[in-house]
Design a protein around this ligand. Structure first.
Ligand SMILES: *Cc1c(COP(=O)(O)O)cnc(C)c1O
Length: 366
């Protein structure tokens, strides 16, 4: 007798996180996981350190204080908030609750890879809709809906493309979906966006019973190590998710650091100001070097490379590594000629621009 794995599990291509280490010594510029350029809020670090005295206690399984603070953020009720071990945890819970064998989980062609992984992990079938200019295409998503569709995931802005759809398009998507399809708006990078036609989707949650918005402390709040995410959704959905989540799915240090980080709006402002300055700076450098950046509203940039083996994305990634700069390869996202580069700290952004310039110049003289 041998163990039998549930059907579909062995078809999953496991998620490969951004690289974080290199052999040898010296500083590493990590631009591979869209982490905060400025690190965590000092207030969050202090709260975390203070929490050490209570490490023997179980956490508040209901995350009451944190959920109240988050409810204020979105103008909702604490009962409409759920917290998780990163937003990944919540995206998986949603999938587990609403999809199973025979069902379809819909997302955009270059959408976040956790969606198909979550779908396959519950035996559901991931279905992709094509994009236009590496941007979510509402008509294509609606055209891909079948009677088997149970969930539609949209990252807005999307990772890895950096593109977004305006609030009017998200509303058109919601209005075009059957009422028995749950629309999941993954707004992991919402804090970085200030386009007048963008919203995180909270208003759609308020108006409808089949919309949920997920957020994270891993990006602008700089708390990726703590694994803390949350979602805002209707009571009916929260009731379902609360039945299947881990009883103590958010560690106490994450809860207290999250509350402190949320309150530190100055830190969030500084992080956004950093991105507002260095993202356009990096875009213009990439263009000057002769590479192709895709428009981004996140804290990262998708850059397309030529197909010439001397100049392609694989060669660039290796070259950057030789300068101790880590970026993200995009083959798993169906974008093998691109690299995704996080707008990290100033020294990293400058080092990366210099390295890309040297890479292209060097290839030209080979
Ligand atoms: C980084 C990211 C998340 C957040 O993941 P966590 O589990 O909260 O760290 C969610 N969605 C997208 C699109 C992301 O890029």
């Amino acid at each position: 007798m041998t163990l039998t794995v549930r059907p579909g599990i062995l078809d999953i291509a496991a998620y490969v996180p951004g690289e974080h280490d290199l052999p040898g010594s010296g500083p590493i510029y990590k631009m591979s996981s869209n982490e905060s350029a400025l690190g965590a809020s000092r207030l969050a670090m202090d709260a975390y350190a203070k929490g050490a005295a209570e490490l023997h206690r179980y956490p508040d399984g209901g995350c009451h204080a944190l959920r109240s603070a988050l409810a204020q953020e979105v103008g909702g009720k604490a009962e409409e908030i759920i917290c998780g071990t990163g937003s990944d945890d919540i995206l998986v819970l949603i999938t587990r609750a609403y999809a199973g064998p025979g069902d379809e989980v819909l997302y955009s062609r270059h959408g976040f890879l956790i969606y198909p992984i979550a779908a396959q992990s519950v035996g559901a079938t991931p279905v992709t809709a094509p994009e236009k200019d590496l941007t979510t295409d509402v008509d294509a998503l609606l055209a891909a809906v079948t009677p088997k569709t149970k969930i539609c995931f949209v990252a807005n802005p999307n990772n890895p493309t950096g593109s977004y759809i305006p609030a009017s398009e998200m509303k058109r998507l919601r209005d075009g979906l059957p009422d028995n399809v749950l629309l999941v708006i993954d707004a992991a990078y919402a804090e970085y966006v200030d386009k007048p036609d963008y919203t995180d989707g909270a208003e759609l949650v308020k108006q409808h019973d089949n919309v949920i918005m997920s957020r994270t402390f891993s990006k602008i709040y700089g708390l990726a190590a703590l694994r803390l995410g949350w979602a805002y959704g209707p009571n009916s959905v929260m009731d379902v998710l609360n039945r299947i989540r881990g009883v103590f799915n958010v560690a106490a240090p994450a809860q207290i650091a999250g509350i402190a980080g949320l309150a530190d709006s100055d830190h969030v402002k500084r992080s956004k100001a950093h991105n507002d300055y260095w993202l356009p700076w990096f875009v213009s450098e990439v263009k000057r070097i002769g590479l192709h950046p895709y428009p981004s509203v996140g804290n990262f940039l998708l850059v397309r490379f030529p197909t010439d083996p001397k100049l392609n994305a694989d060669a660039a990634e290796k070259f950057l590594k030789s300068r101790r700069i880590l970026v993200r390869k995009m083959g798993a996202y169906g974008l093998p000629d691109c690299l995704r580069i996080t707008i990290a700290e100033e020294a990293a952004v400058k080092a990366c621009a210099t390295a890309l310039n040297d890479f292209v110049q060097g290839a030209a003289t080979q």
